[in-house]
Design a protein around this ligand. Structure first.
Ligand code: LLP
Length: 385
């Protein structure tokens, strides 16, 4: 978003004008930002044979999906519903990886029928897959990150150990037994390390462990390092160094190739990195009040449309579009729902008045896709620029 001659613009479009044309609350997605992020990602990993499967849980807007398709990406899907949306957007089933957990096996059967790839994260699915299809349906195996990432180096918050996703390290022998017994073709190994990767060594460590396991699985031809790369949310946030992440992969891949004579393709499943920064949620201030010594701006969106501040205490930058040059005041921005609904507390913003338009930034990932109709409010409008 740029300030040009005293007016905020997104990709050349006047933000006030967009709000007048489409109303508020309004999600705006800037496709140029997505192109930029996809380019950055592709360039960083260009020295490897690699493939990006966009994690559509971050944002499944059909126009964005079509853009991802145009840019040559595949899809990482978590439900049969996402698979159907991706197929409708023009993706081929073989370009979709399905990573279900906790769903009835019937959903896996539907995905197999449609021809998507399958990423298996527990022994129960692995056994059922083997029982039902023998060696006819290949899969990738999702490995628990606690097995992959050394706690000492990377797990300051205990995320990897707490995760419930993937086949646990202790269960690898049993997984190998089931694979052998059912003659299952395991064509890839997967790990999703976290949702906020900032540590440059994480991919390298993950690759090392996955490739060690791949030595016992001769059909493995891809390792999937999941998503989790975190773009900056605040102005002072570090940018992830994709080149360093990429460089950490060279050694384990070279070693594997030297020892086994096999080459593997790298797969990635970024969601947030590709779409967070493209999205802006526009909302209008309808009520300004003083309460308990605070100034509160009541706006026409809320956690039904952007739940991240409420659910994760997440920070989203906010701009006062209507008064860019005003003097700074501390203010709380509060949503319109019937319970505590703070989008931001004690933010310093150019003076906010009733009728002003506010922009909540970096809302392209897990914004609309996590929206609900709580309080019977309709979902917001989305426009793609
Ligand atoms: N692959 C797998 C297997 C995943 O579980 C996820 C995210 C991704 C890829 C994409 O991760 P990303 O690159 O977007 O970080 N609602 C939360 C994020 C939940 C992520 C769940 N899994 C948020 O708003 O922060």
């Amino acid at each position: 978003m740029q300030l040009v001659d005293g007016r905020w613009r997104i990709s050349g479009h006047d933000v006030e004008a967009l709000s007048e044309q489409h109303g508020t609350p309004l999600y705006i997605y800037d496709s140029q930002v997505i192109r930029r992020q996809v380019n950055r990602f592709q360039e960083a990993f260009s020295s490897f044979d690699h493939r990006i499967y966009y994690a559509m849980k971050a944002n499944s807007n059909p126009d964005l999906l079509r853009l991802m398709k145009e840019l040559g990406l595949g899809i990482d899907a978590v439900s049969i519903y996402e698979i159907r949306i991706a197929l409708d957007a023009g993706f081929e089933a073989r370009d979709i990886i399905f990573t279900p957990n906790g769903v009835p096996f019937d959903e896996l059967e539907q995905a197999i029928e449609l021809g998507t790839r399958l990423n298996i994260e527990n022994l129960s699915y692995l056994d059922q897959l083997g029982e039902a299809y023998r060696g006819d349906v290949p899969c990738t195996l999702r490995i628990h990150p606690g097995h992959v990432i050394s706690t000492a180096n990377h797990d300051t918050e205990g995320w990897y150990q707490r995760s419930r996703f993937g086949i646990d390290g202790d269960q690898i022998p049993e997984a190998l037994r089931l694979i052998q017994m059912h003659q299952i073709r395991v064509e890839g190994l997967h790990v999703h390390s976290s949702s906020m990767i900032l540590d440059e060594q994480v991919f390298g460590s993950a690759a090392e462990v996955l490739l060690n396991l791949a030595r016992q699985l001769p059909d493995v031809r891809a390792i999937d390092l999941g998503g989790g790369i975190r773009p900056p949310y605040r102005e002072q946030d570090d940018h992830p160094d994709l080149d360093l992440l990429s460089r950490s992969l060279t050694k384990p891949l070279d070693q594997f190739e030297r020892d086994t004579g096999r080459k593997v393709q790298l797969w990635f499943e970024p969601g947030r990195y590709l779409v967070a920064e493209c999205g802006t949620l526009l909302t209008r201030v309808h009520v300004l009040k003083q309460v308990g010594g605070r100034t509160v701006a009541g706006v026409d969106t809320g956690f039904h449309q952007l739940i991240r501040p409420k659910l994760y205490n997440a920070w989203h930058e906010i701009r006062n579009i209507s008064n860019p040059e005003g003097s700074q005041h501390l203010i709380d921005i509060s949503g319109c729902l019937c319970e505590e609904d703070d989008l931001a507390r004690q933010r310093s913003l150019p003076e906010v008045r009733e009728g002003h338009l506010l922009a909540i930034l970096n809302a392209g990932a897990y914004g609309y896709s996590m929206a609900s109709t709580y309080n019977s409010r309709p979902l917001p409008t989305e426009v793609v620029l």
